[in-house]
Design a protein around this ligand. Sequence first.
Ligand SMILES: *[C@@H]1O[C@H](CO)[C@@H](O)[C@H](O)[C@H]1NC(C)=O
Ligand SMILES: *[C@@H]1O[C@H](CO)[C@@H](O)[C@H](O)[C@H]1NC(C)=O
Ligand SMILES: *[C@@H]1O[C@H](CO)[C@@H](O)[C@H](O)[C@H]1NC(C)=O
Ligand SMILES: *[C@@H]1O[C@H](CO)[C@@H](O)[C@H](O)[C@H]1NC(C)=O
Ligand SMILES: *[C@@H]1O[C@H](CO)[C@@H](O)[C@H](O)[C@H]1NC(C)=O
Ligand SMILES: *[C@@H]1O[C@H](CO)[C@@H](O)[C@H](O)[C@H]1NC(C)=O
Length: 379
Amino acid sequence: MDRRVTFLLALVAFVLSADPNDPDLSQKAVIWGDGLSPHLSIKSVTKSTPKFSLKKRDGWNAKCTGYDACDSNNANGGLQVDSVYELGYEDGVWLPVCLCKGYVMDAKELGDTLAYVPLAIRSSVNKITSKPTGNGAYTLGNSGVYLGRYGPEVFIHESGHSFDFANGLSDMTEWIKAVTADTCVPDPYARTNKVEDWAQTAVLWTYMYRSGADNATLNNSTFSCWSNSRKFASQILPYTQQKQFDPTSKNIISLKKTGKSIGVASDNTTLIVGTSPRRFQLVSNSYNHVLIVDSTTHNGVDAYGQTNPNDRPILFGERNASKNQQWTFVADGQGYFKIINRANGLALDGCNDRLVFQKDNGSDCQKWRVNGRVSPIVY
Ligand SMILES: *[C@@H]1O[C@H](CO)[C@@H](O)[C@H](O)[C@H]1NC(C)=O
Ligand SMILES: *[C@@H]1O[C@H](CO)[C@@H](O)[C@H](O)[C@H]1NC(C)=O
Ligand SMILES: *[C@@H]1O[C@H](CO)[C@@H](O)[C@H](O)[C@H]1NC(C)=O
Ligand SMILES: *[C@@H]1O[C@H](CO)[C@@H](O)[C@H](O)[C@H]1NC(C)=O
Ligand SMILES: *[C@@H]1O[C@H](CO)[C@@H](O)[C@H](O)[C@H]1NC(C)=O
Ligand SMILES: *[C@@H]1O[C@H](CO)[C@@H](O)[C@H](O)[C@H]1NC(C)=O
């Protein structure tokens, strides 16, 4: 089976409402009629990938029995779990790797291949699974399932679906406008719908970005028909936005007003402000938002649906990069940041013993110093 075929089989399994306003892409021209794979190799344009560690987790089988992994309780095609690993990238992305009985890609191979997925996209993936060779690869929620062996292009495509799901991307007016204005899509598979078009656009955009394509190439007659989609991708994926933080840096985050730092109570859930700091990694996600990931438990700071002043964020176990887990660090020019949640628009306030939300009002109770390396992402 060649790679083009695997692209054609890539499925997305979260259900879209059939919206009559969805753009019909079936008649669009294509950049390449024979798929992306003959024309681009992500490996050939990637200069470096993040290091990672793998730990076998014998107690984690339950994380892999669900329908978004081995599905071992389903008599119709479900598989027993063979083994589970914790995959931890140096840039703050940690996730379980599920190997089902008869798996094809082992944990190292999965880690190596997922490493080619840009951080902003990879940080939306919360689980990956290898199964025996079968009908392609698919994404359920934030989990990627690979039936057989695939390369970085398919991993970017599937992870692009997780990113879409976390951000509601393919329903965004900006995306629909972009694909409607463009006269072409990347390849025949992208004609399926706006969801698959995004996933193929993410692959092509990553290739163009990493290959250092200049404006003359991006705007030549091969690619100019796709320029609105490309511009949208450049905006939502943060390479061209502010490159604020080094995601490998493990930072202490402390308050201007009191000098106290964000910590975690022994329940691993409650966020406190005191004298026992935790270290957090600031991991790129959509636009210039970051996920705030605890370097000890690898869980993310999450608004958890809270929307009122005095509500509290928590450290939440399942990183899925939803808007509740996305934060903007707004620099005040004097070495401090306001930290604003994307879902509720509220600021993190530290003058209580516990971390709370307050209306963003410029108080020193809402100004934080990030004590660590503050420099651009490197891949
Ligand atoms: C992310 O996880 C939270 C908490 O379980 C859940 O409420 C939310 O729906 C999830 N979002 C996505 C996009 O998966
Ligand atoms: C490419 O074009 C964009 C806008 O059209 C411009 O902002 C950017 O500086 C250009 N890049 C180069 C390398 O010329
Ligand atoms: C546009 O640029 C690409 C990449 O350099 C090249 O393969 C393609 O032939 C160019 N198309 C035209 C019409 O010049
Ligand atoms: C791209 O090409 C079009 C038509 O040739 C031109 O009008 C436009 O200014 C070009 N854009 C860039 C960013 O070079
Ligand atoms: C909290 O997390 C640490 C580190 O992962 C772990 O060793 C400890 O058992 C956890 N505690 C609870 C109450 O879950
Ligand atoms: C900001 O809001 C907090 C919480 O409501 C309040 O205690 C504080 O006085 C306000 N600060 C300013 C400068 O308005």
